[in-house]
Design a protein around this ligand. Structure first.
Ligand SMILES: *Cc1c(COP(=O)(O)O)cnc(C)c1O
Length: 383
């Protein structure tokens, strides 16, 4: 057995394993038997239509990854070298990498404690200050719906749009989430990206989806995702494109998984409820959920009283071969982004130091979860 495989199977309780059953198996075998294993094939288009319908947007373009979807979203709106783009500081690195791919200049926006998403008040204040002083506005703002919580858009998104600032929604972690007003995550920005990576709520093995209400943006993203090849049998390309299409095999898996999304959301909500019931009395709180934008519980994350406690609990969980992880490291702490200009304070760092992601698989049993909780309680007592 390879070293990697040993590590992968060493966890007694994994963080977030996909739930793959007979439905998924049959879908992948069907796609296999159809002979359409690559990016031509009926499942790709069906997957696109299913995601568009679920999110309530007109257009969806299947991509090789969520990162590719973000990249295409920026390219299709002509975000280009030197353009200033604001990005949530507390996010998975892909949110900002996509900006760098187009040569954009990343400015990091702090997180707000009430949602852990970009600090909407800081964004509003900075936009207003720039409008007052005449300093140029950013070309785009990437709002991340972190860990399944809708980003707060009030106070800034309308202003941004009114002044031609592109609003990009990184909804990679928020498939199935809605604002309380009924809009789905992914439907609020000019363009949004989802991910179907292995540990996301719905997986295609790997993959992503760009969604947009703008047919021209969708067409341009699709064109760029297929090496900018012109229609016809010849190999004629009218610009530098990318090989970013999703395969039919992956789409078949994604489609089968998507049909089970409500089952997944319910299972993850049960997991979160059990963590909350057991850990709340110990002073360990679940990630916040605002009434105007309740979260979905793709990944249950909990906040400890302080950083040392958080570290002690993480060590205890790992010791018991329970896979837990710190939340994403704020981008400003990482080398590619540590010199970026920043907007707002440093809540992102304070949150990250105290938060762990806990096992949240769809198939996590009550017994396994009691095991996780017992380890956490034990570590807290030893403090
Ligand atoms: C997973 C994720 C992505 C990237 O998706 P991939 O499919 O892994 O490329 C982007 N942004 C966020 C916030 C994510 O969690």
């Amino acid at each position: 057995m390879s070293g990697a495989a040993t590590v992968a199977t060493a966890w007694r309780i994994p963080l977030c394993a996909p739930d793959l059953g007979p439905l998924e198996r049959a879908a992948v075998l069907d796609a296999f038997d159809s002979g359409f294993v690559s990016s031509a094939g009926p499942a790709v288009e069906r997957f696109e239509r299913a995601v568009a319908a679920r999110v309530g947007v007109e257009h969806a373009v299947a991509c090789a990854s969520g990162t590719a979807a973000l990249h295409l979203g920026l390219l299709a709106h002509d975000v280009a070298a030197g353009d200033e783009v604001w990005v949530s500081d507390l996010t998975f690195v892909a949110s900002a990498n996509a900006v760098r791919y187009v040569g954009g200049r990343v400015v990091l926006v702090d997180a707000e404690p009430s949602t852990w998403n970009l600090d909407a008040d800081a964004v509003r204040r900075e936009l207003e200050a720039r409008l007052r002083t005449g300093r140029a506005l950013p070309r785009a703002i990437v709002a991340v719906d972190l860990l399944g919580h809708p980003a707060r858009l009030d106070g800034w998104a309308e202003t941004a749009r009114a002044h031609g600032v592109l609003v990009v929604e990184d909804a990679a972690e928020a498939l199935g989430a809605h604002w309380a007003d009924g809009r789905a995550c992914g439907a609020a920005g000019d363009v949004a990206a989802f991910s179907f990576n292995g540990n996301k709520l719905v997986t295609a093995g790997g993959g992503g989806m760009l969604v947009t209400g703008d047919g021209r943006v969708a067409a341009r993203a699709r064109h760029l995702s297929t090496q900018a090849k012109l229609p016809g049998v010849g190999y004629v390309h009218d610009e530098v494109g990318y090989n970013y299409r999703l395969t039919n095999l992956a789409a078949a898996l994604g489609l089968a998984q998507l049909s089970r999304i409500d089952e997944f959301l319910a299972a993850k909500a049960r997991v979160a409820t059990r963590y909350a019931a057991a850990l709340d009395p110990l002073g360990v709180t679940l990630a916040p959920s605002a009434p105007w934008g309740p979260r979905v519980h793709w990944l249950s994350c909990v906040m400890f009283a302080d950083a040392p406690t958080c570290e002690r609990v993480l060590a205890a969980l790992l010791e018991d071969r329970i896979e837990a992880r710190p939340i994403w490291s704020p981008l400003h702490r990482m080398r590619p982004y540590d010199t970026c200009e920043r907007i707002g304070g440093d809540h992102a760092g304070a949150i990250a130091d105290r938060v762990l992601c806990l096992p949240s698989s769809v198939a996590l049993s009550a017994t396994e979860q009691e095991d996780v909780i017992a380890t956490i309680a034990g570590a807290l007592r030893r403090g």
